[in-house]
Write a protein that binds this ligand. Structure first.
Ligand code: NAP
Length: 248
């Protein structure tokens, strides 16, 4: 059964990693997918082709999620091209890790802008459309680090914790119009990025996870599929932990 047939989704940061996994699973379930990237034009072209091969409409847009004007423009382009927006996945994110002692003001601000302000930008940009439709699902990508904290990631943890508060408030503001807002908090997800880490270190992390493995982009994508689809039509304001039991 295709769970997103005929729906249109915007996914930020889907040229690689988790966002790309979400785009693929959404397309397999019949969604038309508009996605963004920051600089990976070639990777974005490939994702666009792969999604189109699944028989859906797909388009990649170079759009800086941290920039309010670009978020507004993006939504205009997508509405023109796709006609509606049913699902928004705020996935784009970066890290600039350092101990607080060594963290620069620029690195703090940049992570807050890309990870947290982007969620404000995109949610503001889609809200009128979703309110008018009287339906919509907004999914925001937090992290286990936003719930637990992590040494060396004060900027990232603050941005990811902020997403949870923002998302719950949106759930309260837009619930009466059937617009839902939920959070996914992934644990350790193995992507091209983590493949570059020291294998021994990664193996120690894997052993500390109750399910004894890192997650895959598909694990996160399947949780997004549930929150995007009508299967979760009575669920809003929640945080779904996709972390193999890390927080247990
Ligand atoms: P990733 O592999 O580094 O991919 C990040 C994506 O975001 C790329 O498509 C990138 O585009 C895009 N992006 C970066 N800055 C952007 C901006 N300013 N505007 C628009 N797009 C931008 O990251 P990931 O591991 O898949 O993580 C995806 C999300 O999950 C992030 O929010 C991350 O914090 C969260 N998360 C990840 C993990 C994990 O273990 N991997 C765990 C918990 C939470 P370009 O390719 O053009 O740079």
């Amino acid at each position: 059964m295709k769970l997103l047939e005929g729906k249109t989704a915007i996914i930020t940061g889907a040229s690689r990693g988790i966002g790309k996994g979400i785009a693929e699973v959404f397309a397999q379930h019949g969604a038309n997918v508009a996605f963004t990237y920051a600089s990976s034009a070639a990777a974005s072209d490939q994702v666009e082709k792969d999604l189109q091969a699944l028989g859906v409409k797909a388009k990649g847009y170079k759009s800086n999620a941290a920039n309010y004007k670009q978020a507004l423009d993006l939504v205009d382009y997508v509405l023109e091209e796709f006609g509606s927006i049913d699902i928004l996945v705020n996935n784009a994110g970066i890290t600039k890790d350092n101990l607080l002692m060594r963290m620069s003001e620029e690195d703090f601000d940049r992570v807050i802008e890309v990870n947290l302000k982007s969620v404000f930008n995109m949610t503001k940009a889609v809200q009128t459309t979703m309110l008018k439709q009287r339906k919509g699902s907004i999914i925001n990508m937090s992290s286990v680090v936003g719930v637990k904290g992590n040494a060396g990631q004060t900027n990232y943890a603050a941005s990811k914790a902020g997403i949870i508060g923002f998302s719950k408030s949106v759930a309260l503001e837009l619930g009466s119009r059937n617009v839902r807002s939920n959070v996914i908090a992934p644990g350790f997800i193995e992507t091209e990025m983590t493949a570059k880490l020291d294998e021994k270190q990664v193996d120690t992390w894997r052993k500390a996870i109750p399910l004894r493995r890192g997650g895959t982009p598909e694990d996160v994508a399947n949780a997004c599929l549930f929150l995007a689809s009508d299967l979760s039509s009575y669920i809003t304001g929640q945080t779904l932990h996709v972390d193999g039991g890390m927080l247990t």
